[in-house]
Design a protein around this ligand. Structure first.
Ligand SMILES: *[C@@H]1O[C@H](CO)[C@@H](O)[C@H](O)[C@H]1NC(C)=O
Ligand SMILES: *[C@@H]1O[C@H](CO)[C@@H](O)[C@H](O)[C@H]1NC(C)=O
Ligand SMILES: *[C@@H]1O[C@H](CO)[C@@H](O)[C@H](O)[C@H]1NC(C)=O
Ligand SMILES: *[C@@H]1O[C@H](CO)[C@@H](O)[C@H](O)[C@H]1NC(C)=O
Ligand SMILES: *[C@@H]1O[C@H](CO)[C@@H](O)[C@H](O)[C@H]1NC(C)=O
Length: 508
């Protein structure tokens, strides 16, 4: 009897052991070779290692390092040595959809000692760089998930999108360690890429509208920018996405891999210079500006993004100063519970002058009128910033802070700010075209109804490509703008009211 029972237990335990072994084997085989099925493997494995650079860091060889990065593991090690109880809690499963206020609530209530040690931890010596401690703190605070950067051909309404068509050589970027400048253009605007990236020095996600015959000069322009400039910053930082309507498919779409293997012939002038006409203009196509904005934003792998127009050049060192401010998390960041974005003041400068690098320089130029607030002569109310005059009067300080918390209400009800935000902010309405104007107003309305705080940054600014713009009448564009305005009023507004509700003082 006893022997029988022992026998049974023995057999059952063998079965269980085999089950456990099988389960473990399945699990291991699923986990040890992440993404391999998706990646073409050449005989020597070179394709795979090239692709591997863009994979989620969690899947990568932990000891691998990149230039300018002392690797995630060493951040955690170095900080957990100092504060084992607080900084070792980097939660990889934390949801990236949590808003900052939620995260703050969590970190304040869940770990009061984190708050206390925050002050001692974050001794920021250099506002222009991010120390490993600050990076580790940001990672905990933002609780974001790293994203892959794999190429993908996908559809978006009537458009085909070649996402990550040509990627920046930077490889994998963690979501907390930088800010992505997301923008869009037709190839005739690509002269802006170099001055932009020289000031930004961080990832740029650029969606290019390339219908029909515009594809070839677009691809040549990308190759020129990567291979023929005096520095390699474009190659390093800029990721290009192409898109076009299914009604305007280019006759031939080059394979990016083979393009990258052939160096471009740099003897000619840049293909984006002095473009007089394009396929888009000849066919009278509308520029799908909001489709472009949303493509560029979706492809960005960082938690914070700066959706902007390609002709707006940011002030240098904006990213480390901004992220140090976020990590310091002092008032009003730590107290306001509303969702927030961080508007950046915009200026125009004279065609003949140097773009200013500091607020001090900018203020001197404002004083002698070589710089003016953006669109002063085109649409002053669109870019009037709350406390704009006070901002210009305020001297530069030695760290980035929130200058003023404004709302898109009252005098600023039509404000079209450019701001650093996150992937949680409302998208742009893809039915609106650039020619139709006011293409960002519907997003502005949603931000207002959701009671967003507009936390205007003190020392940061954007400078439009040199040359002061004056209003030029364009009857054809005005007709399109009239139609779009009616469409927004009669179709989009009722939708937004149903979806997001209303709030006193909010208007388009
Ligand atoms: C990880 O990278 C290190 C250094 O590059 C290398 O020595 C090691 O063999 C790699 N390990 C794996 C599992 O690929
Ligand atoms: C990580 O986040 C999950 C989900 O929010 C939570 O259940 C878990 O307790 C967290 N772990 C740590 C170590 O904070
Ligand atoms: C590059 O183009 C120039 C002018 O079009 C031509 O003269 C030159 O031979 C080309 N160079 C190469 C390496 O093909
Ligand atoms: C474009 O125009 C500039 C100045 O107007 C001129 O210097 C340059 O050579 C032109 N480039 C081409 C490709 O025609
Ligand atoms: C205006 O001020 C800037 C910055 O100080 C200076 O570089 C520039 O030469 C000045 N221009 C004129 C016309 O005074």
């Amino acid at each position: 009897m006893v022997a029988n029972r022992r026998n049974l237990i023995f057999r059952v335990s063998i079965v269980i052991n085999i089950a456990v072994l099988l389960y473990a084997a399945m699990h291991l085989s699923a986990n040890t070779a992440p993404g391999v099925v998706w990646v073409p493997l050449t005989v020597d494995g070179s394709e795979r290692s090239a692709e591997y650079r863009y994979f989620n860091r969690d899947d990568r060889n932990e000891t691998e390092t990149r230039p300018g990065d002392s690797s995630a593991r060493s951040f955690e090690e170095s900080t957990s040595q100092k504060t084992p109880s607080t900084m070792a809690t980097t939660n990889k499963t934390a949801s990236s959809t949590a808003s900052i206020p939620e995260i703050e609530k969590k970190s304040i209530s869940a770990a009061p000692e984190a708050e206390a040690s925050n002050a001692t931890l974050l001794e920021i010596d250099d506002e222009d760089s991010l120390s490993p401690t600050t990076q580790a703190y940001l990672r905990t605070l933002l609780g974001c998930n790293d994203k892959d950067m794999l190429p993908h051909t996908e559809q978006r309404g009537e458009f085909w999108v070649l996402k990550n068509y040509i990627r920046g050589d930077h490889g994998m970027i963690s979501c907390h360690e930088s800010v992505t400048y997301t923008t869009h253009a037709g190839y005739e605007f690509l002269d802006n890429v170099q001055p932009l990236v020289e000031r930004w020095m961080a990832p740029v996600s650029l969606a290019i509208h390339a219908p029909g015959a515009d594809l070839t000069p677009t691809v040549n322009s990308i190759r020129y920018l990567r291979d023929c400039l005096s520095n390699e910053l474009v190659k390093q930082y800029v990721t290009f996405h192409l898109f076009f309507s299914h009604k305007h498919i280019p006759s031939k779409i080059p394979d990016p891999e083979s393009l990258l293997q052939t160096p471009y012939n740099c003897t000619g002038r840049p293909p984006y210079e002095n473009v007089t006409t394009t396929y888009m203009k000849e066919k009278n196509l509308l520029y799908p500006v909001n489709v472009a904005r949303n493509i560029a934003r979706d492809a960005a792998v960082t938690y914070f993004i700066l959706p902007s127009d390609i002709e707006l050049y940011p002030s240098p060192n904006l990213i480390p100063r901004f992220l140090n401010m976020i990590a310091r998390n002092s008032k009003p960041l730590s107290t306001s519970k509303n969702p927030r974005v961080f508007p950046i003041s915009i200026f125009e400068v004279d065609a003949k002058v140097q773009v200013p690098s500091t607020k001090t320089e900018l203020r001197a130029m404002l004083a002698n009128k070589t710089a003016i607030p953006f669109h002063k002569f085109v649409c002053p109310n669109c870019h009037n910033i709350p406390q704009g005059q006070q901002w210009m009067n305020a001297v530069e300080t030695n760290q980035m802070d929130v200058f003023h918390v404004g709302k898109r209400r009252g005098k600023f009800v039509h404000w079209e700010p450019i701001f650093i935000g996150t992937h949680q902010d409302p998208y742009y309405d893809e039915r609106l075209s650039w020619q139709g104007k006011k293409d960002k107003m519907t997003q502005g309305y949603i931000l207002c109804v959701k009671d967003y705080d507009f936390m205007i940054l003190n020392n940061a600014f954007l400078i439009h490509k040199p040359g002061i713009k004056h209003y030029v009448k364009n009857a054809k564009r005005d007709a399109i703008a009239g139609r779009q305005s009616t469409f927004v009023k009669n179709v989009i507004m009722p939708e937004l009211k149903k979806l997001f509700g209303t709030r006193n003082g909010c208007a388009l």
